[in-house]
Design a protein around this ligand. Sequence first.
Ligand code: 1PR
Length: 552
Amino acid sequence: MPVVHLLDYVAGNIRSLVNALEKLGYQVEWVRSPGDVSNAEKLILPGVGHFGHCLTQLSDGGFLGPVKQHILSGKPFMGICVGMQALFDGSEEDPDVPGLGFIPGKLTRFDCSSKSVPHIGWNSANIAGKDYGPSASRYGLRSQSKYYYVHSYAVPYERSLLESKGWTVATAKYGNEEFVGAIGRGNIFATQFHPEKSGTAGLRALQAFLSTDTTRLLSEPSPPVGSMGLTRRIIACLDVRTNDEGDLVVTKGDQYDVREKNGAQAGGKVRNLGKPVEMAKRYYEQGADEITFLNITSFRNCPLADAPMLEILRKTSETVFVPLTVGGGIRDTVDTDGTHVSSLDVATMYFRSGADKVSIGSDAVLAAEEYYGAGKKLSGATAIETISKAYGDQAVVVSIDPKRIYVSSPEETTHHTIRTMNKNHLGQEFCWFQCTIKGGREGRDIDVRQLILAVEDMGAGEILLNSIDRDGSNSGFDLELINDVKSFTTIPVIASSGAGNPEHFEQVFRETQTDAALGAGIFHRNEYTVAEVKDYLQTAGLLIRQPEDSLL
Ligand code: 1PR
């Protein structure tokens, strides 16, 4: 088995890098003392922590000389994240600490006046200049691929400066700032992004470094202008429930309860819009960035008896390679045989079946009420806390089903109000957003702001922000609600309810700071495909991800 050496100079979690290298068929050997460096043929410097910390550790450990020697001798060297930064002259982060100086330039901090810092998420690594061809592709980078970044300092990109010195540079754009995403020359290749966390695209870049086989290089056209930056996520949501035959079908009502009336009008039949697995696959192929399944009858049925939903996830995850979220009935429960099953166990079943995130609705509201009842104390036992502790914040979504409650003035309620442009029929121009449970059937005395602040404290990683008033209305998202929520939370928000055409998606991205937008009925009723929405957004100048067809 071929060997690659990893420099082990600080304590840090680089397990995923090891996994990625092993997946590519390499055995990882550790370089733990300066003397080990000379054993390495291919050496990787992973980056952990601060620029200054990294360089100081290398220097104090006596690694600087041997690492420089390795690079100068022409042996393959790869730097990742701070490992890439170390190759430059220095960084604003620690101005007194010099870098290795192999690449001219200094890192500066991202401007945070108009965007969040750190820069986190999927962005490009596009080779700049006209000569984007086989030589550039030796680094395995593709203009249409997206890579996972998390950093606050970057090397600002100045066209031709590095290229004139023979470097091939791949850049990304965050806001208006174009920076070095990856760089290579001769035996050196370095990435600001984490290839080990960037799916197939990242593995491809690692493989390119590990492989000396340059005959399989690909040629690519120049990236289209404006294709760089964090992408806008479009999510397709499937509300799933059992029909009269006992099968789970995708259904859709409006304002949550019209579906019941529909059922009565149609002789009690559940509106059947299609099969969940097939529809999820279709939306994935059309380019959906995520798929969400909501089991909307789970408050009546025990989720453990919901074997079809687990099967749906298992089947879907075989062919759909974007994040899958499942919601409905994630809470402590009692199985049909009387056994108590914790919400963590319920979530575990879903994760094992292929879900990447669970979405918690009613239980989050009840937990938030208890949190305030206890004087804003965390119990440690809620579904949000136990699941996020076990699986990470990013695995826990809180789904909110708010309803507008109008008042004549903010003094009329203790709840957080907004002044709205959409007065009600009584002419009232203030409203608060009431949280509901059980699919909107029961309003509670807690508002959306209270709920979000509580679940943020508990460790929720994302908010699925529905609107009962807009659900199924095709009248556009509730921009006032979304703007209000974005003004007090730092958790990513998924705008939901009301999408009726591609313009509504453009509007929500332009007029709010939402992190993602979700549609249901618009796709299920075949009014527009996900691809049509994305194409529209692309034409309108918004950055979206187009699906990658093949690994090759
Ligand atoms: O309370 O943890 O068991 O979770 C139940 C979940 O099921 C919640 O996320 C809740 O939103 C959802 N749910 C319950 N009842 C209904 C219903 O419709 N009767 N549907 C329901 C929620 C709302 C959105 C919908 C958007 C977009 N559906 O998911 O997809 O409003 O629709 P649109 O684009 O067609 O306007 P728990």
